[in-house]
Design a protein around this ligand. Structure first.
Ligand SMILES: [Zn+2]
Length: 275
């Protein structure tokens, strides 16, 4: 596992992009895809930075070692003292040097929800790229409700941040999706000849993130990613309190939790376009 970011330069001038895998160390699909792709990868135009997000967490097959790397790309005044002492904070500062030099990012993740289908997280500035990625769903709104990710950081400095969720982290198919998405991204960005056809995609905008209020949040049932939720439906029990939705929605990343202040689930709504 190398910890540096490698740079691949094309024969002709062009844009600069960056591809990251393993920002969450237990989401191995992107890590395996990069191991396979990097030895032979050549590009035609521009330059591409490629590397591993959180090498220490990848080695331990953990989401992170001290704090969630994908919540720490915020301004310093929004971080705690312990955040700023962490390995992940130092790693984020290192990664920012390369993000700052790039015009667009593809960050490769996987879901903890079994049967989760691949989807993309981005904002409207990713139009012209996302329609080439091998996903049916395009999800926006994360920058507001869950700031601090790599894609959030890129969008916050006027660049393009795209995060792809390649399906369930235990599904071997996720590695294939990761590999396809890397090539699709390189083509859509003009680093390779684009022979792809834009995909028909549906759009969802996330509007709410539920954080636990006690150290025991238990889901009412297992929810699929993007499962439809009706108004007033019980999602789970937080301590002794039932947690219900205020309006119809789709649910994402619903998980049982054992600490206060943890992300338990997100809610979103269907949209006609990415805007
Ligand atoms: Zn992740």
């Amino acid at each position: 596992m190398f910890k540096e970011i490698i740079k691949i330069t094309g024969k002709w001038s062009g844009p600069t992009s960056i591809i990251l895998a393993g920002v969450h160390g237990d989401e191995k699909c992107g890590v395996k895809a990069l191991e396979k792709i990097i030895p032979n990868l050549k590009i035609e135009k521009g330059r591409v930075f490629i590397g591993y997000g959180n090498p220490q967490a990848i080695e331990k097959t953990q989401r992170f070692t001290e704090v969630n790397l994908n919540r720490i790309f915020k301004k310093d005044n929004l971080l705690s003292k312990s955040d700023k002492k962490s390995y992940e904070y130092k790693r984020a500062r290192f990664l920012k040097k390369y993000l700052n030099q790039s015009d667009a990012l593809l960050d490769i993740h996987a879901s903890h929800t079994p049967m989760s289908k691949p989807f993309v997280i981005c904002e409207t500035n990713a139009k012209g790229i996302v329609e080439y990625l091998p996903v049916e769903r395009v999800v926006s709104g994360f920058d507001q409700i869950e700031p601090g990710g790599t894609d959030y950081y890129m969008n916050s400095i006027g660049k393009i941040g795209i995060c792809i969720e390649c399906g369930f982290l235990g599904d071997p198919q996720s590695e294939q999706i990761a590999e396809e998405s890397i090539y699709a991204f390189l083509k859509a960005r003009g680093h390779l000849t684009n022979d792809l056809i834009p995909q028909e995609q549906s759009y969802i905008r996330m509007f709410d993130l539920y954080k636990t209020k006690t150290n025991k949040f238990i889901l009412a049932k297992l929810f699929d990613d993007f499962e439809g939720i009706s108004k007033g439906q019980v999602i789970g029990v937080d301590g002794n309190q039932e947690v219900k939705t205020k309006k119809t929605a789709v649910i994402l990343f619903a998980r049982n939790r054992e600490k206060v202040g943890e992300e338990a689930f997100l809610l979103g709504k269907n949209k006609k376009s990415l805007a």
